[in-house]
Design a protein around this ligand. Structure first.
Ligand code: TXA
Ligand code: MG
Length: 350
């Protein structure tokens, strides 16, 4: 965080993209839209610039960043070896909401990889992201453009609100289309594994690979020892509480929602249905389908977070595979909080 800095939001014109590329080249920070969420980018070969990203986010140094590339061909500059499975997934889903973890090439900075022997790579499909990466013509290390653990931004204004005093150029490319982060597939070992469900459904990854893919349920428990011996989580987004609003939030079963909401009018509600007739509290309806729901979720959580509610009650979503990524984010957004007892009523919630 640079003292006296200020975020500057500009429309993502060709000129602004060219300016952004030169900001990156000069060691500065650029926030840019991707189809998933906005990223806070720095030149992946400039360690001082990448350190600024960590300090702006308040992110622990051991949590690696994704390197964004203009094309799949650029993988060879960052990965020691590009396995056939990586070629296949890149072919099928890039540009798009997929991140591949590969053995890193020599010379890839420890600052980017958090000291791990692997590197995460992604080619985003948002036209502004692609234009920037092409103009810049090298890797851009970019985490989601939010303070560590907080809800990811899906508009340029969200980014400016997260980092009002950071010296960063924010390219405004409108609201993100996917709305939650990329699917991360680890191809650095013999068996492909999904480390984070996201924009590309796991079933499509398995279909493209022609084999079943393991989804690592709780990556946070899988730890790599630090040099000093203390274990660190491999995927920081996998920390139990993450993607979380500051307001306490709870998951509530659909059949218990109306009663729970009526008993706690100070809490806002997020549901796929409309509010019951006569309901007087704050109720937000998100789309019935998983894609539409994902697109709107973070903006809704952010908006409710700012309104100073006593809490946020979020209706559980279906159990099937199509909702896997949304379920994962809702679980983390609501981790470590418990449903408050309603005052004086027997409202049943789960
Ligand atoms: O959709 C996205 O992936 C967005 C946009 C901006 O591209 N980026 C994003 O970055 O979500 P971030 O830093 O918020 O999350 C990146 C995730 C983290 O959970 C990190 O641990 C994991 O990628 N990751 C990065 N490098 C890794 C590695 N070498 N091995 C395992 N996981 C890695
Ligand atoms: Mg993030």
């Amino acid at each position: 965080m640079l003292p006296g800095g200020m975020s500057r939001v500009v429309p993502a014109t060709d000129r602004a993209v060219a300016e952004a590329a030169s900001v990156l080249r000069g060691g500065g920070l650029v926030a840019f839209p991707t189809e998933t969420v906005y990223g806070l980018g720095a030149w992946a070969r400039d360690e001082d610039a990448v350190r600024k990203v960590f300090s702006a986010k308040g992110r622990p140094a051991r949590h690696p960043l994704i390197v964004h590339l203009a094309s799949g061909e650029a993988m060879t500059a960052w990965a020691r070896r590009v396995p056939a499975a990586a070629e296949r997934l890149a072919e099928a889903f890039w540009p798009g909401p997929l991140t591949l973890v590969l053995q890193r090439a020599e010379g890839v900075s420890d600052v980017v990889t958090g000291g791990q022997p692997t590197v995460a790579l992604r080619v985003p499909r948002h036209p502004t992201a692609l234009a920037l990466l092409r103009a810049f013509d090298d890797g851009v290390a970019a985490p989601s453009a939010n303070r560590f653990g907080h809800v990811s931004p899906t508009t340029a204004d969200h980014v400016a609100a997260e980092f009002p005093r950071l010296d960063v150029l924010v390219l405004d490319g409108g609201a993100c289309d996917v709305g939650l982060e990329s699917t991360i597939v680890d191809l650095s070992t013999a068996h492909p594994r999904v480390l984070r469900p996201g924009g590309v459904p796991v079933s499509r990854i398995a279909a493209a690979l022609g084999m079943p893919v393991e989804v690592v349920e709780n990556v946070a428990e899988e730890q790599v020892p630090e040099a000093g011996g203390a274990p660190v989580p491999r995927v920081p987004g996998s920390l139990e509480r993450h993607y979380a609003p500051r307001t306490a939030a709870w998951l509530v079963a659909p059949e218990a929602l109306a009663e729970a909401a009526a008993a706690r009018l100070g809490c806002a509600v997020v549901s796929r249905r409309t509010a019951p007739v006569g309901f007087r509290g704050s109720w937000r309806t998100l789309p019935e389908d998983p894609d539409g729901y994902a697109r709107g979720l973070y903006a809704t959580l952010r908006e409710l977070d700012q309104a100073g509610h006593a809490g946020i009650l979020i209706e559980r979503v279906p159990d099937d595979e199509r909702w896997l990524a949304v379920r994962d984010r809702l679980r983390r957004a609501t981790a470590t909080t418990r449903v408050p007892e309603p005052s004086g009523s027997g409202g049943r919630t789960t």
